[in-house]
Write a protein that binds this ligand. Structure first.
Ligand code: MOS
Length: 736
């Protein structure tokens, strides 16, 4: 790769981050700041009958104690503002009901964080305890379909029973995945400040417009009175797509004490009040011919949901479209439990669903004595049968081929539990990765400034994913202005609106808007030059003018040119501004848009201790155009790391009696550290999907986690001959 190509790959905000000068929500310096701490319930269900707040109120530095008994009533109560992602059912001290252990039941505001924390410990709530729903397995029999939501819980194509009757081979197994918590490096945090009747918020979020809208709606104030700023988000992964209770509580507290309030969710509170991925139980059934043609596929999934809000982890979604079976049927049901409201977590649905589906296919391949890639190719879906639509672009076959080659799949021994290196049992496994290509309407503004540099802005967010960088790249290319002369601003609600940075859609939504705005700004400059008798481009055909290196020039006579700066100087140092709007076109309705990938893993399992090491992973992805080598491949790598984490480590433990998350910390809720992660080889086909958007790029944030847990678990089976269907695969499950 050439030097200049590497420079364009650098993170726009990289230097600010590594030097510590990038300000995250909790780091803004605000005068006269006070500190709020949430006190949380220690029971799973019941009522706070009374709360002794005397000692807390008298404690040093305490300014206010908000409880269910003294807090101002909101127009919509706890109900939040409508629908997810932003609007969730919240805990806003509107009533004394307790729905889960860890629910906010009071807020202390004090002069310092230490004083607020100390006073929170002095609160003495009294409870009337009710019997809580805490047994997921017991709740399966009374599971219910979601009342509302994004995803249709059921699907049916063809006649599963009739196809099963024709099958030579039947398969029926149940898989389960634990509840997971997001645990971004940066905990959720909000600073709220009122000036007159206007509320301004610094908030750690994936969705500034959602915060603006939801907070206004919950407080019952005009949306225009709320402004939100979030220049950097230290990881979100779905958790920061919603406005959780602490954001509104900070605003309420600030209004009460008439001073700015900072509320940082502490690490233990990341396990409850800000969502999590529900646990799942998934049953997969296949009917197939002896040579591996899938006749019937059935995927039934159950997950838990809070008693106050139905949120579905749609684990069977990918099963509807990934393979060309004759018939396919899926269902999702919810088990109501006294836990915090559940939410989106990286590839909600596909992350857990591809674990079950891709392990089941591996099992079927062994049953049929077929190569697992061959089994997948035998059932390759040329179109999306679930929606009877063609794919906008699908090159999964190439992913299998390229991945197998890079990984050395052909060299493996197909026998199970036979490869030994010293004390280690070695195994390899593979799986398919998939995630939809999402896109929403977005807007951006571009300004060409008198000095010939440019500004690009959009009310989007950068979660550490590279949004700044690809906005700069897109504007630079469309304007013909050097990358280092592009200033980017995002994460401010005064900027043109952009969607939630969720569903892997920011790049595909925002960059077309940036491109459009830049194109319009450039056209304004061109029109100005053509009309200007003092311009070397005067009178030229506009179509014949392009820009590069900060200069406008004639395409057929490049020596005729002038810089943006010279042009604008002659026009009173004018700034040219243009807005760009972009939204999915007509094609979006007639096409099925998905990214795909093939992921391969090699594990070493100690024959005696059963400690597992994932020695290497190869992932090859079909994600359309790769916008940026560094940030793009980094997203995919991070997704694979989370797949390994899902396979081996993460496991939220809910105490069956108290309903408390007992491992609500990073010591006992295991996530991988550097030593757990070995070689990861990620590449992309880089085939543009131009039917999806003009840049040809589909999102990249979520697909990495899909398939990777299954590849690891399939490799563990190959190494040991032990099939674990209940995640995480801890060494004890491989003993015996
Ligand atoms: Mo992602 S879980 O849609 O933020």
């Amino acid at each position: 790769m050439s030097g200049s190509a590497q420079i364009t790959d650098h993170r726009y905000e990289g230097k600010l981050k590594v030097t510590g000068s990038a300000q995250y929500a909790a780091e803004f310096k605000v005068e006269n700041l006070t500190y709020a701490v949430m006190a949380t319930s220690t029971i799973a269900k019941g009522v706070v009958t009374s709360m002794d707040t005397g000692r807390a109120q008298r404690a040093s530095g305490v300014l206010a104690v908000m409880t269910p008994f003294n807090t101002v009533k909101l127009p919509g109560g706890n109900q939040g503002a409508g629908k997810p992602p932003a609007g969730r059912t919240l805990s806003l001290l509107q009533d004394p009901q307790v729905h889960y252990n860890g629910q906010p039941i009071a807020v202390i505001v004090a002069e310092s964080l230490e004083e607020a924390r100390y006073a929170a410990n002095l609160l003495k709530p009294n409870y009337k305890i009710a019997e809580a729903l805490l047994d997921f397995e017991a709740g399966i029999n009374s599971a219910h379909p979601p009342k509302a939501g994004y995803w249709d819980p059921d699907s049916k194509r063809g006649d599963v029973a009739a196809e099963n009757a024709k099958a030579d081979v039947k398969f029926d197994q149940t898989y389960s995945t634990p509840a997971q918590n997001h645990n971004a490096m940066e905990p959720h945090a909000t600073i709220a400040r009122w000036e007159d009747n206007k509320l301004s918020l610094y908030d750690a979020t994936q969705y500034i417009s959602g915060v603006k809208h939801s907070v206004a709606a919950v407080l019952g104030i005009p949306e225009d009175d709320v402004s939100v700023e979030c220049p950097y988000t230290g990881g979100g992964f779905g958790s920061k797509g919603s406005v959780w209770s602490h954001v509104v509580l900070a605003a309420m507290a600030s209004r009460l004490v008439k001073r700015p309030v900072k509320l940082v969710v502490d690490r233990t509170q990341m396990f409850g009040p800000v969502g999590g991925r529900p646990r799942t139980r998934q049953n997969i059934q296949f009917g197939a011919t002896a040579d591996g043609k899938l006749l019937a596929v059935q995927h039934d999934s159950w997950c838990h949901a809070s008693t106050v809000e139905d949120f579905l982890e749609p684990s069977a979604l990918q099963t509807r479209m990934l393979y060309a079976s004759e018939a396919c049927q899926t269902s999702h049901r919810l088990v109501a439990m006294n836990v915090g409201v559940q939410t989106f977590q990286r590839a909600p649905g596909e992350a857990t669903g591809t674990f079950a589906l891709e392990c089941a296919l591996d099992e079927l391949a062994y049953q049929l004595k077929m190569d697992p890639i061959e089994l997948r190719l035998k059932n390759y879906a040329e179109t999306d049968l679930s929606e009877s639509k063609p794919f906008s672009s699908k090159n999964l076959r190439q992913c299998y081929e390229e991945g197998a080659k890079r990984f050395g799949w052909a060299k493996r021994s197909t026998a199970v539990g036979t490869i030994r290196e010293g004390h280690d049992l070695i195994g390899v496994g593979m799986a398919t990765a998939t995630y939809p290509g999402n896109r929403s309407a977005a807007s951006a503004v571009v300004r060409i400034k008198p000095d010939g540099s440019a500004f690009v802005g959009s009310g989007t967010q950068d979660l550490g994913t590279g949004t700044y960088t690809i906005m700069a790249q897109t504007a630079s290319k469309a304007l013909g202005i050097e990358l280092d002369r592009i200033e980017v601003k995002l994460g401010n609600s005064a900027l043109p609106k952009a969607p939630v940075s969720g569903g892997s859609m920011s790049a595909a939504s925002v960059c077309p808007a940036v491109e459009e705005a830049a194109k319009q700004a450039k056209l304004k400059a061109i029109a100005l030059a053509v009309e200007d008798i003092n311009s070397p481009l005067h009178g030229a055909d506009q179509q014949n003018i392009d820009a590069a290196g900060g200069k406008l020039f004639l395409k057929d006579s490049p020596a005729k040119m002038e810089s943006y700066a010279d042009l604008l100087a002659r026009h009173g140092n004018l700034t040219l501004e243009a807005k760009g709007d972009a939204e999915p076109g007509q094609d979006a309705k007639t096409l099925s848009v998905h990214s795909f990938g093939a992921v391969f893993a090699e594990v070493a399992v100690n024959a005696y201790t059963r400690m597992i090491k994932v020695r290497r992973v190869t992932g090859v992805y079909d994600i359309g155009t790769l916008m940026n080598q560094k940030t793009g491949l980094n997203q995919l790598t991070g997704g694979i790391v989370w797949g390994i984490s899902t396979a081996l480590y993460e496991d939220q433990h809910l105490d069956p009696v108290s309903g408390r998350v007992v491992n609500n910390n990073l010591a006992e809720y295991h996530v991988p550290v550097n030593a757990d992660i070995q070689e990861i080889d990620v590449s992309v086909l880089n085939i543009p999907d131009l039917k999806f958007n003009p840049l040809g790029a589909r999102g990249i944030g979520e697909i990495g986690i899909t398939g990777s847990a299954a590849a690891v678990v399939n490799a563990i089976y190959h190494a040991t001959g032990i099939r674990v269907r209940d995640l995480p695969v801890t060494p004890d499950k491989l003993l015996g």
